[in-house]
Design a protein around this ligand. Structure first.
Ligand SMILES: O=C(O)Cc1cc(O)ccc1O
Ligand SMILES: [Fe+2]
Length: 437
């Protein structure tokens, strides 16, 4: 199957998989073509200002209300939701993990979700959660929607195919995708066991950051975001829909596929983005700017400049700054930083932070380059240097991130992480030169 996409961020799209399925000039004809049902999906209140008003019109074989029977509670023990505090006994500190291993038993996307942290409160639609998914099985007749959150998927190993109500997306490592809150979907691995990171956004949707003085270009350019064209399955088999709703899971059984949207138009839709199309802007003379210049998407919190979530990447780039310590500086941050590595090496931690691994530097906890990175950067010859073959990222939130018991007890938690800084020697000896031995 060749998939097709429409370019643009937040555009008002229109697409039909059968000719004439999409009404023209109105949303609600007395009778829709092909006997379809018209249904509005609202991603914002009806009355949201134009700039943030999001809704789509779906023309489907059955209205969604026919895709649900009575819901039954079901549990997914590894998928947690904020508030989920005091869930573990681990002492406070900077944390790092090796990759979560692929499962041995058949595991699909929903069963394979492992929550690492939660922040904020789902009931008031603020905050987020970070997860890792590990999967080896397709959701054939299983479908899912998340009423709690928009979901940002960051595949790290293995390409996945994401079937949604509004079309299909193939998402490979180096790409990301966004699944809007409430969108029904299923995921299948394309080439064997797959792992990736997920950010569940309980708050206002991700959007592109303002570029300020950078101007009208660079960073993530809108045309590189791709929304799938309409696709439907007219399948009459036993299917299940699972919903996540205020942190609980419920399942309902129906006799047909809920992915039955033949045509749609509107601006509330899933999309994907290739991280290698990100055009980073950085220091071209000296010093190390704040990582916010590498923001791909930001989810505002309502307070100016204080994101519910920033999704930031550390892509391949040239380092050219003169008389500068080039890696990240040592710092303490009111925001809480969850990091993952998609491939390659991260410049502040060349060892120990491995692809598929993750780190958590929570609110106000100091961190920065390890001793080896500090030595290397302090002695490096400052020629232009290309950081090649690397892609790290950060989910940064204004809210403290609370660890789950699962994450606290993970075998892959690195007990000795703090040792990476223990070799940072005292260089002060009362002379301006310091002691660099
Ligand atoms: O902690 C980290 O490695 C992420 C990070 C990178 C950087 O270049 C500056 C600040 C920052 O938090
Ligand atoms: Fe940091």
């Amino acid at each position: 199957m060749t998939l097709s996409y429409m370019p643009g961020f937040g555009n008002d799209f229109e697409t039909e998989s059968l000719p004439g399925a999409l009404p023209q000039g109105q949303n609600s004809p007395q009778r829709c073509a092909y006997g379809l049902y018209a249904e509005q999906l609202s991603g914002s209140p009806f009355t949201a200002p134009r700039g943030t008003n999001e809704r789509s019109w779906l023309y489907r074989i059955r209205p969604s209300v026919r895709h649900t029977a009575r819901f039954h509670p079901v549990s997914y023990n590894h998928w947690h939701t904020a508030p989920n505090i005091d869930d573990h006994e681990l002492a406070l500190g900077q944390l790092r993990w090796d990759p979560i291993p692929m499962p041995n038993e058949p595991t699909n996307f929903v069963a394979g979700m492992r929550t690492i942290t939660t922040a904020g409160d789902v009931h008031t639609q603020v905050g987020m959660a970070t997860h890792v998914y590990v999967l080896n099985e397709a959701m054939r007749d299983d479908y899912f929607f998340n009423a709690d959150a928009e979901m940002l998927l960051v595949p790290q190993e293995g390409e996945i195919r994401v079937y949604t109500e509004m079309g299909i997306m193939d998402v490979a490592p180096k790409e990301i995708c966004i699944l809007p809150r409430g969108m029904v979907f299923k995921v299948e691995p394309k080439d064997g066991p797959s792992r990736g990171y997920v950010c569940e956004n309980y708050g206002a949707k991700f959007t592109l950051p303002d570029r300020g003085p950078i101007g009208a270009n660079c960073l993530a350019n809108p045309r590189d975001f791709k929304t799938p064209t309409a696709w439907y399955e007219d399948k009459e088999t036993d299917c299940r829909i699972t919903v996540k709703w205020c942190g609980r899971f419920y399942v309902t059984e129906i006799g047909h596929s809920p992915l039955d949207v033949v045509a749609w138009h509107g601006n509330y839709a899933p999309y994907k983005y290739d991280l290698t199309t990100y055009s980073p802007v950085g220091a071209i003379l000296f010093d190390h700017p704040d990582p916010s210049i590498f923001t791909v998407l930001t989810a505002p919190s309502g307070e100016a400049g204080t994101a519910n979530i920033d999704f930031v990447i550390f892509p391949e780039r040239w380092m050219v700054a003169e008389h500068t310590f080039r890696p990240p500086w040592y710092h303490r941050n009111i925001m809480s930083e969850f990091m993952g590595l998609i491939y390659g090496q991260y410049d502040a931690k060349e060892e120990g932070f491995v692809p598929g691994g993750m780190s958590l530097h929570n609110m106000m906890l100091p961190h920065g380059p390890d001793a080896m990175g500090f030595d290397k950067a302090s002695n490096a010859e400052l020629r232009p240097h290309k950081l090649s073959g690397t892609m790290a990222f950060m989910f940064e939130t204004r809210f403290p991130q609370h660890l789950t018991r699962y994450a606290a007890n993970l075998e892959t938690l690195q007990e000795n992480y703090l040792d990476c800084w223990s070799g940072l020697k005292k260089r002060f000896n009362g002379t301006p030169e310091g002691n660099w031995e």
